[in-house]
Design a protein around this ligand. Structure first.
Ligand code: IPD
Ligand code: CA
Ligand code: CA
Length: 257
């Protein structure tokens, strides 16, 4: 077991408890863009996480959504989304999570996604499988895209950019059983790892949205690539993740452009 695993799980529990406690209160909302919000809870969760990392592992780097990056002196770097699903959170829609990943020399080795409303802790260590509340999870066995339940999301520049996923969404919608847009990409990926979704794609995600979730998917037996089927990495402009069985079918549908 990686020595940082219990630290990361404990941190996710603490920041999740904070998010849950503040959830029903009135939020201080600031706009980072036309429709891109940040609340006081994003910041409080992030402060709690970064303070604990800096105190316990002063040599580790940190990449977190709401703060400037911290360069570590070694090869280990934490990648944090202190609140994934901020728009849901700000509206009182109870679908959000905290996402914590640890990278070693560019490779994600640990991923933790915690949903405090459902008290669901998703954990993956590279090479050790994926777990939900300590029970091993695996991706679904749906083989036919037409029977699949997919998840996706839309970028914050949906109003300004034509590269906004609406065309892919339209095309995919008539090829599958249904598509959900729940509003928390890290949680979508965790649910895919647990077999609740059969596939997921999205454009313009950031490393903090995907680092933990993609490790969960691959450790649960799923497949991750970009939407053209090429190798995916944290900086890729788009992501396609699936149970593996419908991967090629999803690529084929998304190839219409
Ligand atoms: C967002 C959510 C959403 C996705 C956006 C993300 P945030 O993250 O994951 O589902 O569609 O692309 O930016 O802003 O709530 O942390
Ligand atoms: Ca996010
Ligand atoms: Ca966030």
């Amino acid at each position: 077991m990686l020595p940082w695993k219990s630290f990361a799980v404990d941190l996710a529990l603490k920041s999740g408890a904070l998010l849950k406690e503040k959830f029903s209160q009135t939020h201080e909302i600031n706009y980072k863009g036309e429709i891109n919000l940040v609340t006081e809870a994003d910041k409080m969760s992030e402060d709690l996480i970064i303070e604990a990392i800096s105190r316990n592992f002063p040599d580790h780097g940190v990449l977190s959504e709401e703060s400037p990056a911290i360069n570590g002196t070694g090869k280990l770097r934490w990648i944090i989304d202190p609140l994934d699903g901020t728009t849901n959170y700000a509206h009182g829609y109870p679908v959000f999570c905290v996402s914590i990943a640890l990278e070693n020399d560019g490779e994600v080795i640990l991923g933790v996604v915690y949903d405090p409303m459902r008290e669901e802790m998703f954990v993956a260590e590279r090479g050790e499988g994926a777990y939900l509340n300590d029970k091993k999870i695996s991706v679904s066995s749906i083989k036919n895209i037409s029977r699949s339940l997919l998840a996706t999301g839309f970028p914050y520049d949906i109003r300004e950019s034509k590269d906004n996923n609406l065309d892919y969404f339209n095309t995919m919608a008539v090829n599958v059983q249904a598509i959900r847009r729940a509003g928390a990409a890290a949680l979508d990926l965790a649910h895919l790892a647990a077999g609740r979704f059969d596939g997921f794609w999205e454009l313009k995600l950031k490393p903090w949205d995907t680092a933990a979730g993609c490790l969960l998917v691959t450790e649960a037996g799923g497949t991750v690539s970009d939407i053209a089927g090429s190798e995916w990495h944290l900086q890729s402009p788009n992501l396609l993740a699936s149970n593996g069985l419908i991967h090629e079918q999803m690529i084929k549908v998304l190839r219409f452009k």
